[in-house]
Design a protein around this ligand. Structure first.
Ligand code: PEP
Length: 254
C-alpha cells in the first residue's frame, strides 16, 4: 500500500516572527505545485500564530515542537495541546530526542502528551530512536520496542488512526551522519511489524513512519525509495527555504 508522504520541518529554537514570515514568503511559491505529499513546518511557539496566518490558503500545515499533557494549570513555562489547537496547529512533535535527553522526558510523560494531543484532535508525531551506545550494544530494537509500547500504552487503533511515527536515531541528529537507507529501512520495518502486533495489520499498513537524522536534498531520494519510509522529519536542512523545498520536492526537481 502506498502511504501519502509527509515531509516535516522542525525548526527547533530558531527564528523570530520576522524571520518566520520572510521564510514562508520565500517557501510558499517553491512548493506551490506540490500536491502528492503533505508538508509541515514547526516554528517555535512564539512564531506559531504569525506562521498560521501566513500559511492560510496554502497546503502547508503547521506543527508545534512539544506540548504539556494537562489542559491548563500551574505549570509555569508550559503550553497545552488545547492552546495549540486554539492557534490552528495540526501536528505536534512529541518525544523528540532533545526533549528526552536534555529535558529528561520519560516514556510515561510522552504517553500522556500523546493522549493530550489526541483529545484535541491534533496529530502526534511520536519520535523514537536509539543512541549510538544503544546501537553498539545491540539494543536498537529493544529500545524502539520500549519507546513505542510505553508511548502508546492504553490507546486504541481508533484513537491513533492518524498517528505519525518518526524514527530518529540519536546518533544521526544534527551530526551530519545519516543512517543508510538499509539501516533506516530495517528499523522502520521493525516498527511496522511491532505496530501490527499491537494494533493489527491494517492499522500498521496505514501509519506513516518518517525518518529523521541529517536528511538533506542529497540523501532524501535514496531514503524515500525504501518501502517502509514514508517521509522525513528534517531539522537543520529545514531552516533555509530553498534547501527545504528541494527536500520536499524530491523526485520532481532532481
Ligand atoms: C530533528 O531535529 O528532528 C532532526 C532530524 O535534525 P537534523 O535533520 O538536523 O539531524
Amino acid at each position: 500500500m502506498k502511504r501519502r508522504p509527509l515531509i516535516a520541518g522542525n525548526w527547533k529554537m530558531h527564528k523570530t516572527i520576522a524571520e518566520t514570515l520572510a521564510y514562508i514568503e520565500a517557501f510558499k511559491p517553491l512548493v506551490a505545485g506540490v500536491e502528492d505529499r503533505d508538508i509541515m513546518l514547526a516554528p517555535p511557539f512564539t512564531a506559531l500564530d504569525a506562521a498560521q496566518r501566513a500559511l492560510e490558503g496554502s497546503r502547508i500545515s503547521l506543527g508545534a515542537q512539544n506540548c504539556h499533557w494537562e489542559e491548563e494549570g500551574a505549570f509555569t513555562g508550559e503550553i497545552s495541546a488545547r492552546m495549540l489547537a486554539d492557534i490552528g496547529v495540526t501536528y505536534v512533535i512529541l518525544g523528540h530526542s532533545e526533549r528526552r535527553h536534555i529535558f529528561g522526558e520519560t516514556d510515561e510523560m510522552i504517553r500522556q502528551k500523546v493522549a493530550a494531543v489526541l483529545r484535541h484532535e491534533l496529530v502526534p508525531i511520536l519520535c523514537i530512536g536509539e543512541t549510538l551506545e544503544e546501537r553498539e550494544a545491540g539494543k536498537t530494537f529493544s529500545v524502539l520496542e520500549r519507546q513505542l509500547k510505553e508511548g502508546l500504552k492504553g490507546l486504541s487503533a481508533g484513537d491513533l488512526k492518524d498517528l505519525v511515527i518518526a524514527y530518529e536515531p540519536v546518533w544521526a541528529i544534527g551530526t551530519g551522519k545519516t543512517a543508510s537507507p538499509e539501516q533506516a529501512e530495517e528499523a522502520h520495518a521493525f516498527c511496522r511489524r511491532l505496530l501490527a502486533e499491537m494494533f493489527g495489520a491494517d492499522f500498521a499498513e496505514k501509519i506513516r513512519i518518517l525518518y529523521g537524522g541529517s536528511v538533506k536534498p542529497e540523501n532524501i531520494v535514496g531514503l524515500m525509495a525504501r518501502p517502509d519510509i514514508d517521509g522525513a522529519l528534517v531539522g537543520g536542512a529545514s531552516l533555509k527555504p530553498d534547501v527545504f523545498a528541494r527536500i520536499v520536492c524530491f523526485g520532481r526537481m532532481e
